[in-house]
Write a protein that binds this ligand. Structure first.
Ligand code: WTA
Length: 658
């Protein structure tokens, strides 16, 4: 049962509007109409093995066919398509060359300063092969972990594909993380090589990356790392350590363009990606070759209903799962044209996104609700001044979208004639799990609608029993699916306990739960309400409260810290830290700023608290557990409701209130 059974799942949303797919969207789409979706769903439910086997055979290239579909003999450790051999890099590149699509644009990239680079499938193939050969020349072999700490440059995608090509799993660390966070991830995964850049451009400034890598590796603190490959991007002076550091431009271009993709076993490790959970340090989510390839491929094809002429743009960063599945692998596996943009809207160019859409004739646009809410605040005049006629489909990801933002997006950006796909999923699920299909699913603003074929989603209570329509509960998945994470790197016990044993139904069935509360309405539509564990979602970035608390208490002035999220109109949630000091007379604005900086340095700027509240004591139960529920209410300025009788000292609450 969930640790904090006091969790209240509010379901205040009552949204009645429904938008049906236009006849035109239905006619053109692969999955035409809700009946066809239901048919697929039933088929997948009745015989999952047959459904997944057919999809895997049809959608992927196999060097050697698989004979077994799902091996669930040791749950929750799934094996999919074992004994088959395939390669993700081959599926993303070589097969399109064999199909006569060599000259199709694979990546259109625009840098923040406005520089543009384009790669056809043939060119991308050649760059990837050269990079694979360069990695080999640096001693990288099948199974060696390669870390990426990169800005949003094409080399990031090239490096990922190059790793996949030779069977070296990658571990991409978001470029906004600090050197400390990078060091932890390098050590946890025992990375052999780090691919980075001198720096990147962010909001008219440069951010440095290589110096953070140097700091992470200082004093031999990451003994597994033997070399560093550095892309020149900002041209800022960086130090190059002979024998360890190599410039990309000095070793990659001279390599051979021939590097056959290594046939990989379906269950060979493809990548590790760290994400925050409710306890302890970030978890290395492990994904493997064939299942992940199939799920990112299939979901991309279904949800974006991709066509040859589309220019598709996802605004995420490759450092997150959305970048993995829906900037790089899903689009390229489908032979689509994917746009990568280094920049973000900024005071000097608030219309940056709309300018990119207009300039490159983007037809599918996929972004986060936070961005939409920020645009909404500044009004429609700006987007209205651009030509967004090329758009035919728009999507959102990463956090719940409120109906107002959904309506604004549909109306102002989608001109009321683009289907809106609100896609619910997680790092752990590999690809989207719940989403409308543009030609099939009637949409309701604020609802991710229905699970995709093959996905058995449900809402249950803390005991694992299904709840009635419109009642809040825990969002769970009942059956394994190909894109599911396989384990937590180095900690299978944690994988089992945190995802599969958190909710334990009486009948002993295993169900997957990864932290979200939701409700299902009478039409079977899912309304995801957000995390019910100690994870905060700030602008679609997932952060564990425990990580931020440990960062705070590592400061010499801090005695105890409790971190909670409060509602934020733009970012979804903002971080509020309640802090007790070693010496309470030290509380000051200066110290508050220092603590914010400190968290930024320990984790990264995305984890900086919006607010620090100094207090003499934290509200605790008699057994010493901090009562976060109370702090959450206090941080959001809400009345503290529910049981407070377990509080050790009620006066603490009174003081906090005042
Ligand atoms: C949240 C990002 C509501 C959710 C793909 C989930 C969403 C967490 C949605 C995963 C959505 C993602 N509606 N909430 N459409 N999409 N979330 O691992 O809380 O970075 O558990 O994966 O984001 O975040 P992650």
């Amino acid at each position: 049962m969930p640790a904090d059974s006091n969790i209240q799942i509010e379901s205040v949303l009552q949204e009645e509007r429904i938008f049906h797919p236009s006849t035109e969207a239905q006619k053109q789409a692969r999955i035409k109409g809700i009946d066809e979706y239901r048919k697929m769903f039933k088929l997948a439910d009745a015989d999952p093995d047959a459904f997944w086997a057919k999809a895997a055979k049809e959608e992927l290239h196999w060097f050697e066919p698989f004979t077994k579909v799902l091996d669930w003999s040791n749950p929750p450790f799934a094996k999919w398509f074992t004994d088959g051999k395939t390669n993700l890099s081959f599926n993303c590149l070589d097969r399109h060359l064999l199909n006569g699509n060599s000259n199709k644009e694979a990546i259109i990239w625009e840098g923040e300063p406005g520089d543009i680079r384009k790669f056809t499938y043939k060119e991308l193939h050649s760059e990837v092969c050269k990079t694979s050969n360069a990695l080999k020349s640096l001693g990288i072999r099948k199974g060696d972990l390669v870390a990426l700490y990169m800005p949003m440059v094409p080399e990031a995608a090239i490096a990922m594909l190059a790793c996949a090509r030779i069977g070296a799993p990658h571990s991409v660390v978001f470029g906004g993380f600090s050197s400390e966070a990078l060091r932890d991830r390098l050590n946890d995964g025992e990375a052999k090589l780090v691919i980075t850049a001198d720096g990147g451009f962010r909001k008219d400034k440069t951010i440095s990356l290589k110096p953070s890598v140097d700091a992470a590796l200082d004093n031999n603190s990451c003994p597994s790392v033997k070399s560093v490959l550095v892309v020149k991007r900002t041209k800022e002076e960086v130090s190059i350590k002979p024998g360890r550091d190599y410039w990309w431009h000095e070793i990659v271009p001279s390599q051979s363009e021939e590097c056959p993709a290594l046939p990989m076993d379906s269950e060979d490790r493809l990548f590790v990606l760290y994400t925050s959970g409710s306890t302890g340090k970030p978890k290395g989510v492990v994904h493997t070759t064939a299942g992940y390839n199939l799920w990112s491929h299939l979901t991309f094809k279904w949800i974006f209903d991709i066509r040859d002429e589309d220019v598709y743009w996802c605004t995420a960063d490759v450092g997150w799962i959305t970048g993995h599945s829906y900037i790089v692998y899903g689009p390229l596996s489908n032979g689509a044209t994917t746009l990568m943009y280094e920049g973000v809207p900024r005071p000097s160019n608030p219309g940056a996104f709309w300018e990119v859409i207009e300039k490159h004739n983007v037809s599918i646009f996929y972004t986060a609700p936070t961005a939409i809410r920020a645009f909404m605040k500044t009004g429609r005049t700006l987007p209205d001044s651009y030509n967004l006629e090329s758009l035919r489909l728009i999507g959102t990801v990463g956090e719940p979208i409120n109906p107002e933002a959904w309506m604004w997006y549909r109306d102002v950006i989608g001109r009321n004639n683009c289907p809106v796909v609100d896609t619910w999923w997680q790092t752990e699920t590999g690809g989207v799990m719940i989403s409308p299909l543009p030609g099939a699913t009637p949409t309701k603003p604020g609802s991710a609608t229905l699970p995709l074929p093959g996905i058995q989603a449900d809402i249950v209570n803390a005991e694992g029993d299904p709840v009635a329509a419109d009642e809040g509960g825990y969002l769970v998945i009942r059956k394994p699916w190909p894109g599911m994470m396989r384990t937590v790197h180095g900690d299978p016990k944690r994988f089992r306990e945190s995802y599969w044993e958190f909710i334990k139904p009486d009948d002993g069935s295993l169900i997957y739960f990864a932290g979200d509360g939701a409700r299902r309405d009478k039409d079977g539509y899912f309304w995801v309400m957000g995390r019910v564990d100690d994870v905060i979602n700030v602008s679609g970035h997932r952060l564990g409260t425990m990580e931020i608390e440990s960062a705070l208490v590592s400061h010499s002035s801090v005695s105890e810290a409790a971190v909670v999220g409060r509602v934020d109109q733009i970012k979804g949630e903002a971080i509020v830290a309640f802090v007790t000091l070693e010496n309470s007379s030290n509380s000051s604005d200066a110290l508050s700023n220092e603590l914010k900086e400190h968290v930024g340095k320990e984790i990264g700027v995305i984890a900086r608290p919006a607010e620090i509240k100094f207090t003499d004591a934290l509200p605790k139960t008699r057994s010493g557990k901090i009562m976060r529920r109370l702090l959450r209410s206090l941080a959001s300025g809400k009345e503290v409701t529910g049981d407070t009788s377990t509080l050790e000292d009620v006066s603490v609450l009174e003081k906090l209130r005042s």
